[in-house]
Design a protein around this ligand. Structure first.
Ligand SMILES: [Mn+2]
Length: 473
C-alpha cells in the first residue's frame, strides 16, 4: 500500500522535473535526560510513504526517475546486545522493497549523485538536517522558483516555501491532499482499529460499577485493546466521571465514579498507525435518570441528524449547525433553555453547551491532516470556531461525528450574568446542574459514493445502553 501512496504523491508533482522528495523518519524519544525510552511511534508522513515502523530511517523519491531510496540506520554490536537482533541489509531490502537501499549515513552522498534542482522537505528542520549531511542548499544552475508544481488545486504554487534548493511548503501540501482521501487498504486498517475499539468500549460499558475509579475503567479499556494486539493509544484517552465529564480534555483519570453520575469515555487505539476515536457516555447506575436521559437524547438526536447528513457534498459547518440546533431543541424540551430556537441559534446560545467542533478527519493521526483547504479560515463564531474540518465531504474521507452537551460553570456562570444570554436560560435549573457534567457521543464514518459507512458499533440509544448495563449489573 505504501507504494501506492508514493505513486499518489509523485502524481502531485510536475512530471519530469529534476527534483527529489526527502523525508527523515522519527528517532527514539527519551524521557528528559534519562535512558527511559518512550514507545516508538513513526512520524505519520514517513509512515504513510514507507510503512517503516522502526527508528532512524530516511527516504527519498527521485521525481525524475520515480525511484525510491530508503536509508537504514547502521547498528553496531552494542545495539544488538541491548535491543536484540539487528536486521541485515538483505532482510531490510526484502521487508520494504525500495529500489535502492543505503546506509543512513549516505544521504548526503546519494543526493549529491542525483544532483536535483529542487529538494522538497517537510520543514526547515529537515532542511537543516540535510545541510548537516553536506547537502548544499544553494540555488542550482536552473535557478530559484522553477519546477515546483506540487499541490495542484490547493493553491500551493511554485516557490512558496523555497529557500535555495530547499522547498518546505509543496511537500506538506501534497501529502495533505494524498492523505485526505483514504485508499481501500487504509480504510481496512481503520476498520480493524474500529473493530477492536468496538469490543473494548462494550467491555468497559459492561464493567462500570458505581464506586469504581476512572483509572479502573481505563485499565479495562487498555486490556481489551492490547489483548487484541493493539499496542499504541491513538491519543490520551478521557475517562471522566461526574463533573469531570464536562472537562473537554480531562486527563487525570483518577477520581471515583459515584452512583447517579455519568461516565464519559473518549478513547481509541491505532492499528498499524491508523486511529479509532470513539466516545460514549452512560450512567454509573444501571439506568439514566430522567434528566440525564433528556440531555443524552438531545445529543443523540444531534448525532443522528449529523450522521444522516454526512454524505458526499455535505459541508462540515452545516452539519455542525444542524447538530447545534438539535441540542438546543432538546434543551428547550428539558426546560434548560427557553425561547425561540432561531433566536438562540442567532445569539450563539448553543456554544454555551456545545463549545467544540462537530468532528475531524481521522487517519494516521487522530486529528488527521486536511481539515482546512488553502484559503479557508476558521469561522469566527463561538463554538464553531473550534471546528477542525471545513471541507465538502468526498468519498474516501474518514470523519468523526461527535456532538456534545456540557454544563461548564466557566461558561454558564458568566452567561447567567449576561443580559442578552440569560434571557434564554433557566437560571434556577442551571444552578442545580452545575455539577451535571457532560455528554458526548462519537462515531467514525467513512464517506462513500452513496453516503457513508459507520465504523463504530457500540450501543448508543438509551434502550441499548440500558440493556447492556442491565445484563452487566
Ligand atoms: Mn474525536
Amino acid at each position: 500500500m505504501n507504494e501506492l501512496h508514493r505513486k499518489k504523491l509523485m502524481d502531485c508533482f510536475e512530471e519530469g522535473q529534476h527534483g527529489v522528495v526527502f523525508v527523515k523518519g522519527a528517532g527514539l524519544m527519551h524521557r528528559y535526560g534519562t535512558d527511559f525510552e518512550f514507545p516508538f511511534r513513526q512520524e505519520s508522513q514517513f509512515l504513510y510513504l514507507t510503512g517503516v515502523q522502526e527508528p532512524d530511517y530516511a527516504m527519498l523519491i527521485d521525481l525524475r526517475s520515480g525511484e525510491y531510496h530508503l536509508f537504514a540506520p547502521v547498528r553496531d554490536v552494542q545495539y544488538a546486545v541491548w535491543h536484540g537482533k539487528v536486521s541485515t541489509m538483505e532482510e531490510i531490502q526484502r521487508r520494504y522493497e525500495p529500489d535502492f537501499l543505503h546506509a543512513a549515513d549516505r544521504v548526503g552522498e546519494v543526493i549529491g549523485e542525483i544532483g536535483p534542482d529542487r529538494i522538497y522537505v517537510l520543514d526547515e528542520e529537515q532542511a537543516a538536517w540535510l545541510r548537516e549531511q553536506g547537502v548544499r542548499g544553494g540555488v542550482s544552475a536552473t535557478g530559484e522558483g522553477t519546477g515546483a508544481g506540487a499541490g495542484a488545486g490547493t493553491g500551493a504554487g511554485a516557490g512558496t516555501g523555497t529557500h535555495g534548493r530547499f522547498e518546505t511548503t509543496a511537500l506538506v501540501d501534497a501529502l495533505t491532499d494524498c492523505r485526505l482521501i483514504k485508499t481501500e487498504d487504509e480504510i481496512d486498517k481503520l476498520r480493524e482499529a474500529a473493530r477492536v475499539n468496538n469490543i473494548a468500549h462494550r467491555e468497559v460499558m459492561k464493567a462500570l460499577r458505581p464506586g469504581m475509579c476512572e483509572y479502573e475503567l481505563k485499565a479495562v479499556f487498555e486490556y481489551h485493546q492490547q489483548k487484541h494486539g493493539l499496542m499504541q493509544p491513538a491519543y490520551s484517552g478521557i475517562h471522566a466521571g461526574g463533573v469531570n465529564s464536562a472537562i473537554l480534555h480531562y486527563t487525570d483519570n483518577n477520581a471515583p465514579i459515584r452512583d447517579g453520575e455519568l461516565y464519559l469515555i473518549d478513547a481509541g487505539y491505532e492499528f498499524d498507525g491508523y486511529a479509532s476515536d470513539v466516545t460514549r457516555t452512560y450512567p454509573a447506575a444501571a439506568r439514566f435518570t430522567a434528566r440525564q436521559q433528556q440531555v443524552y437524547e438531545a445529543v443523540l438526536e444531534a448525532m443522528e441528524r449529523a450522521i444522516s447528513g454526512a454524505v458526499p457534498g455535505a459541508k462540515m459547518e452545516d452539519l455542525h449547525l444542524a447538530a447545534a440546533r438539535a441540542i438546543l431543541e432538546g434543551l428547550a424540551d428539558a426546560d434548560v433553555v427557553r425561547g425561540d430556537v432561531d433566536d438562540m441559534m442567532e445569539k450563539n446560545v448553543f456554544a454555551l453547551f456545545f463549545p467544540h467542533g462537530l468532528g475531524h478527519f481521522l487517519g494516521l493521526d487522530t486529528h488527521d491532516v486536511g481539515g482546512y483547504p488553502k484559503g479557508v479560515d476558521r469561522i469566527d463564531r463561538p463554538g464553531i470556531r473550534f471546528l477542525r474540518a471545513r471541507r465538502d465531504l468526498q468519498p474516501g474521507m474518514v470523519v468523526t461525528i461527535e456532538p456534545g452537551c456540557y454544563f461548564i460553570p466557566a461558561l454558564l456562570k458568566p452567561a447567567l450574568e449576561d443580559k442578552e444570554q440569560r434571557a434564554f436560560l433557566n437560571a434556577s435549573l442551571l444552578q442545580e446542574m452545575m455539577e451535571f457534567g457532560g455528554v458526548r457521543i462519537e462515531d467514525n464514518l467513512v464517506i462513500t459514493e452513496d453516503g457513508h459507512e459507520n465504523l463504530t458499533d457500540v450501543p448508543k440509544t438509551v434502550a441499548d445502553i440500558e440493556k447492556l448495563r442491565k445484563v452487566a449489573i
